[in-house]
Design a protein around this ligand. Structure first.
Ligand SMILES: *Cc1c(COP(=O)(O)O)cnc(C)c1O
Length: 398
């Protein structure tokens, strides 16, 4: 029997959709021109660029001129933070973010603190991963120049009240940035309704190619350049544009917008079936993140008495690709900063498993997981000294 290839890690990256690849191909071979060139080859590339910008803008209800292409979510995050911090230095030196941001935000904040003397406050989150708005109101001041809160968390899926946070930021004259890499394309996102000033996005999380993303910069918002050089992207982001990737990202954005309702409904259904199935068949588990305000495809569960690495290893042997917030997978001894910020006890944080479903996940895939995961967990617990001790104390469970 051929080994199963079951991908359950859509939050890490997604495959490129066939329509996306088809849209990209001519831009490698036929319309290969440099979009800055003054001839038909350049114009053809420029047309692809313009169309993609309109497609990405439409996905988030922005104006095309407010969309700047970057090489991905990480660059967008770096640019948003550094570009506004440096542009607003005369207005204050305080930045507010959260403890559960992606490292693209956290490490940029540390850099701004250590090298450039900015003050950074890291907001707490509650047990379900929601930002503490009261704490935000307590720490924000006229010295605050930027608030950056992620739209949806990549590990536990929790969605933040960005509109409310933006209102508070603006009351104090601070700019509002949101890392919407997981949100944009996965749930409806409307920058006009949210009123955010800056928003990061990425192509490869929404069935586009890797190495392409965008930063939304609201008209009138001042931001320093991050990449210096030529006049591309209205002189805001230098470097010859990666037209095939941009065209692919545009197509992915168009598909995401067109499929949004179905995508949200179907992924939520599969995720609920998965979560409910796990809770029903496996004892001593905890669902991490917010139960309803979460990314449609995200299931994050902690299993008592065992390590996430062990689960990943056995799932990998079954052909299932998943992810964990526990230690070794991330190359450090501590479990993920997100699970720790949620206040998970160490033993639960170490036994975490993230399964993310996507547009190619089938009912059959979920059944396969629900059939095999209980066996995997039981096998690991049999080998777990923690579990054996627990059984001695609770003989009724044997
Ligand atoms: C993936 C991700 C990023 C980084 O995006 P890249 O395009 O991979 O650089 C940033 N923030 C969040 C929340 C992400 O999930």
């Amino acid at each position: 029997m051929e080994k199963r290839r079951l991908y359950m890690d859509y939050s890490a990256t997604t495959p490129v959709k066939k329509e996306v690849l088809e849209a990209m191909m001519p831009y490698y071979t036929t319309y290969f021109g440099n979009a800055s060139s003054f001839h038909q080859f350049g114009r053809e590339a420029k047309e692809g660029l313009d169309k993609a910008r309109a497609q990405v803008a439409a996905l988030i209800n922005a104006e095309p001129r407010e969309v700047f292409f970057t090489n991905g979510g990480t660059e967008s995050d770096n640019w948003a933070l550094e570009g506004t911090a440096f542009a607003r230095k005369d207005k204050g030196n305080h930045i507010i973010t959260t403890k559960i941001e992606h490292h693209a935000i956290l490490h940029t904040c540390e850099y701004l603190q250590k090298v450039h003397g900015f003050e950074v406050t890291y907001l707490d989150v509650d047990a379900e991963g929601k930002v503490d708005l009261d704490q935000l109101k307590r720490v924000i001041s006229d010295n605050t120049i930027l608030v950056s809160v992620m739209y949806a968390n990549n590990e536990v899926g929790t969605i933040q009240p960005i509109k409310e946070i933006t209102k508070i930021a603006h009351q104090y004259g601070a700019l509002m940035h949101t890392d919407a890499v997981q949100a944009s394309g996965n749930i409806p996102v409307d920058v006009k309704d949210l009123d955010v000033d800056l928003m990061s996005m990425s192509g490869h999380k929404i069935y586009g190619p890797k190495g392409i993303g965008a930063l939304f910069v609201k008209k009138g918002v001042k931001i320093h350049n991050f990449i210096h050089g030529g006049a591309q992207e209205k002189k805001k982001r230098a470097g010859t544009e990666n037209i095939p990737a941009i065209v692919g990202y545009g197509k992915a954005a168009e598909l995401a917008k067109a499929n949004m309702d179905h995508h949200v409904k179907e992924l939520t259904r599969l995720r609920e079936k998965l979560l409910n199935g796990i809770v029903e068949t496996i004892p001593h588990v905890k669902i991490n993140g917010h139960r309803t305000d979460r990314l449609p495809g995200n299931a994050n569960i902690s299993f008592e008495f065992i390590e996430g690495e062990g689960i990943l290893l056995l799932l990998d042997q079954l052909g299932i690709g998943a992810s964990s917030g526990s230690a070794c997978t991330s190359g450090s001894l501590d479990p993920s900063h997100v699970l720790m910020a949620l206040g998970l006890p160490h033993e639960l944080a170490h036994g975490s498993l993230r399964l993310t479903v996507g547009d190619f996940t089938t009912e059959d895939d979920i059944d396969y997981i629900l059939e095999n995961l209980p066996k995997v967990i039981a096998r690991l617990r049999e080998l777990s000294p923690l579990y054996q001790t627990y059984l001695k104390e609770h003989p009724e469970e044997k």
